[in-house]
Design a protein around this ligand. Structure first.
Ligand SMILES: [Ca+2]
Length: 369
């Protein structure tokens, strides 16, 4: 049989249609391939056998902020937060918020070991370590609140203390979250990561390592679940074995717990705990650990007392970074997904405050004195 003209070399309509369909599928496949799978892990090698995992979070939307019912719970018997303060109003009313671009969030708060790699590699001195620097640390002479007479706060500004020695009454550990670092220090850590990854040709086009925005943080904290007090739901009791807050844990060398403790179980630590200590049970729907409790996590935005913004918010003065998630010393009402506070300033640090990094779209941050 002789071949028809189209078989021999020309293209029939069906050939063209088939090629177009194949081409479209391949292009779609490439586009899909560019989107990492949810929960996909990138492991950063920080040198000296120190690593840092970031997990992919897809674009999405969530309800940011809290409801009147939630805020009433927070300041009630179980939540334990102080009624009558402005604090809960900082969360804003629950509103639909969009995360338009996926990003990679660190599984844990930055650890002492990870921060040490940065400090050793660059010789960087944190705000607390510079001449005249101070950081807020626990005062071991502290007797209690004396709420009926005068409030005596357990944390005081101290010189000579830093992330290397946050004045714990026990040895600092490499797997603790780093604390006593400021917003400026956290951003310097991110710059180091960017430089390092860029030099190694590992920094993805159009992305940067940075602090997550206020909205990205809360989206990440909620772990893809409907709005609730905590990432696992509304019930405090379901937090057993999931987080480190003020619970039934004796203070070092004392036969007492934090006086305002409300969690009715032992989480194992009166002060800081190792990152990801609670393993699978302590990880949310996105696989992120210690989003509630542990240490406060400073984010990129400046503080707007009316609530967090979908797009990052930067003030023209009063540069007060936002911190999220509560810490080991907080009552349950102050360690919810919606909780946010403004720090004193970009150079302020505290042994209850640390940070977590992400890899996301580039965001221009105005220069801050
Ligand atoms: Ca935390």
């Amino acid at each position: 049989m002789s071949k028809s003209k189209s078989d021999a070399g020309g293209f029939s309509f069906l050939d063209v249609l088939f090629s177009w369909a194949l081409c479209t599928l391949v292009l779609q496949g490439l586009a899909v391939g560019q989107q990492p799978a949810v929960g996909q892990i990138r492991t950063l090698d920080l040198g000296s056998e120190c690593r840092l995992d970031v997990l992919y979070l897809p674009p999405g939307e969530f309800m940011m902020g809290s409801t009147a019912k939630e805020r009433a719970w927070a300041t009630g018997i179980e939540g334990g937060a102080t009624p009558g303060t402005e604090r809960e109003s900082y969360e804003g009313e629950a509103r639909l918020t969009k995360i338009r671009q996926g990003f990679w969030m660190a599984r844990t708060e930055v650890s002492v070991a990870q921060f040490r790699r940065f400090a050793e590699d660059t010789g960087y001195l944190t705000d607390a370590e510079r001449p005249g620097g101070k950081t807020q640390c626990f005062n071991p002479e502290w007797k209690g609140y004396r709420l009926t007479t005068s409030v005596v706060h357990p944390w005081e500004p101290m010189a000579g203390k830093s992330w290397r020695d946050p004045n714990w009454q026990f040895p600092q550990q490499e797997n603790f979250p780093v604390v006593c670092v400021s917003w400026a220090d956290a951003r310097a850590f991110c710059r180091w990561l960017n430089d390092r990854e860029q030099a190694a040709g590992r920094l993805p086009e159009g992305l940067e390592y940075r602090l997550p925005t206020d909205a990205e943080w809360e989206y990440a904290c909620r772990g893809g679940r409907p709005r609730a007090n905590f990432w696992w739901g509304d019930e405090l009791e379901e937090g057993v074995g999931r987080l480190n807050i003020s619970a039934i844990d004796l203070l070092p060398d004392r036969n007492r717990t934090w006086p305002l403790a409300r969690a009715t179980w032992s989480d194992g630590f009166a002060f800081v705990s190792p990152v990801d200590h609670y393993g699978e049970l302590g990880r949310n729907g996105f696989g992120l650990a210690d989003m509630c409790g542990g240490v406060w996590e400073v984010v990129l935005d400046h503080f707007d007392p009316k609530g967090g913004h979908e797009e990052p918010f930067f003030a023209k003065e009063n540069y007060r970074p936002v911190c999220r998630g509560g810490n080991y010393f907080d009552v349950p009402g102050n360690a919810r997904c919606a909780v946010r506070l403004g720090l004193m300033g970009p150079h302020y640090s505290d042994s209850r405050d640390g940070f977590r990094i992400c890899l996301g779209r580039k965001i221009a941050v105005p220069a801050v004195p």
